[in-house]
Design a protein around this ligand. Structure first.
Ligand SMILES: [Ca+2]
Ligand SMILES: [Ca+2]
Ligand SMILES: [Ca+2]
Ligand SMILES: [Ca+2]
Length: 500
């Protein structure tokens, strides 16, 4: 009797052990198959992944990932001691320092540096910078707008499209820069450089204007002009934007440029659509392609200033990928800045913008007064309350779960903190930090943030515990991802990846 009970006891004990073993074994298998799941347990731990000093005071700095050869990527820095110099006459001021372009390794070693001429102005509208491999030899060329006149800093005759070798900084070529606008300083100096692919072949885009007459030129390798589009100031339809996304919106193998609400395919320069062509003739500060992940369709978020005679309404419009209105809001307000972003854990897509009063800018930086924030559920337009102040934030997926955190470090009015979607502070970049890039530019999990500091320090921040989820990997592999990364030295394109 006793031995029978003992056998039963041993059997129960063994079954329990087998159960425990199975649970542990299956958990290990699950965690290995879905690393993003286990990563949710880990708190974000912000740390400097690289830190170096460029040994010069910095007012405004732009950064772009640059391909040095087929294997190695570096970082292009374009900067001077001056803050952003804007062409609007109430914000423009004369430069006090020469602009530099430099390439550093991702570990912080200087590879080369060039000081540009006295007539080259450190402002994103005067001097856009772009890195692109037009001849497909594995090394990016660097394209920028040069001014060869060192006395007349506002010369237009002196402007050139310049190309230099990304790995050495040596000159590759120089071409005249198109003039399409004879208006005010602010209307005249609005220059852009972008790139894209037509059935796998690279094309370079140069463009001018935003508010009145506008020009877009597309170049084949060898700088032969493929096509040009001139938009007269009285032509119907919207003007340009301060953002200039390049995206294959209809997935036909030909990239398309969103020039304001005008969607232009890059092969022959034909319009796919002009959204709001007959009802809107102003410019939208925000033009942001936004992916609806469940059905893999793009939407386009736009935010508008006061338009002609203040009659333009609505101020905020979401379009579908064919340029048709999905929803709109607000009849008044000067809308300025904004983004869309995907927040976890159950993928809520949010569209955010602000209205503002006066804006002042100069040697002390950018300041907006009377800022009011607006946020929406991106695809329905239903208002949402964000649990943090999103003004001056940039969406970034630090922990690699495929959803965005928010770094508040764009301007003087940012608090330099990083917020999660619940509004919790999960990191601090330091009170003097300014964000220049937020994407995956290091070969490690998660996205990273490159910050510059007035004393010349560059810090690349990232999450120590980052693990890439399957969704995050899908983002990084999307062709639009790399297109957005190239745009951080031209236009206000620092937030574009929030849409993906
Ligand atoms: Ca090349
Ligand atoms: Ca296309
Ligand atoms: Ca504007
Ligand atoms: Ca995240």
């Amino acid at each position: 009797m006793e031995s029978c009970m003992l056998t039963h006891w041993i059997r129960v004990k063994m079954m329990k052990n087998i159960q425990i073993f199975l649970i542990v074994f299956l958990t290990i298998l699950f965690v290995q198959a879905y690393p993003g799941y286990s990563q949710k347990q880990q708190e974000i731990e912000l740390m400097p992944l690289a830190e170096f000093n460029i040994q010069a005071p910095v007012g405004k700095l732009r950064a772009i990932p640059v391909q040095l050869n087929s294997k190695t990527r570096g970082i292009l820095l374009a900067y001077s001691a001056d803050k952003e110099i804007d062409p609007w006459i109430e914000m423009f001021y004369p430069p006090t320092d020469r602009m530099k372009i430099a390439v550093y390794s991702i570990e912080g070693q200087k590879i080369w540096e060039r000081e540009l001429g006295k007539g080259v102005i450190n402002g994103i509208w005067f001097t856009p910078v772009y890195a692109f491999d037009m001849d497909q030899d594995g090394t990016d060329e660097i394209y920028y707008v040069n001014n060869i006149d060192s006395v007349h800093i506002l010369s237009y005759e002196g402007l050139r499209l310049a190309a230099i070798d990304g790995s050495t900084g040596k000159d590759l070529g120089s071409w005249p820069w198109k003039r399409v606008e004879q208006g005010s300083l602010s209307h005249t100096f609005r220059n852009f450089i972008m790139g894209g692919y037509v059935h796998g072949k690279p094309v370079l885009i140069t463009a001018q204007g935003t508010y009145a007459s506008m020009g877009i030129q597309v170049w084949n390798p060898g700088m032969n002009q493929r096509w040009e589009l001139l938009i007269g100031k009285d032509e119907p339809g919207p003007r340009g934007s301060h953002m200039s996304p390049v995206i294959d919106i209809n997935s036909d193998g030909v990239d398309d440029l969103l020039w304001g609400e005008r969607c232009i395919e890059l092969d022959r320069g034909k319009y796919l659509f002009i959204a709001d062509r007959d009802v809107y003739s102003g410019h939208s500060d925000v033009i942001q392609p936004t992916l609806h992940w469940p059905d893999n369709r793009w939407y386009i978020f736009t935010c508008r200033e006061t338009g002609d005679q203040g009659q333009i309404k609505p101020r905020v419009v979401m379009f579908d990928e064919g340029g048709n209105r999905v929803w709109h809001d607000l009849e008044t307000g000067h809308m300025d800045m904004g983004w869309t972003a995907h927040t976890g854990p159950e993928d809520k897509t949010v569209a955010f913008t602000i209205s503002r009063g006066k804006k002042v800018a100069g040697p002390d930086g950018f300041f907006r007064l009377d800022v009011v924030e607006y946020a929406y559920e991106a695809f329905s337009g239903n208002p949402v309350n964000l649990p943090f102040s999103a003004y001056n934030t940039v969406p970034v997926d630090l922990n690699g779960d495929g959803f965005h955190e928010f770094a508040s470090a764009l301007d003087e009015q940012s608090d330099k903190k990083i917020y999660d979607h619940q509004g919790r502070v999960i990191g601090d970049l330091g009170e003097k930090a300014y964000l220049a890039m937020a994407s995956k530019f290091l070969d490690r999990p998660g996205e990273q943030i490159l910050c510059y500091y007035p004393d010349g320090r560059i810090v690349i921040w990232g999450d120590k515990n980052a693990v890439d989820s399957p969704r995050a990997v899908k983002r990084y592999q999307h062709p639009y991802y790399r297109q957005c990364q190239r745009l951080t030295g031209t236009g206000y394109n620092l937030v574009n990846l929030g849409g993906l």
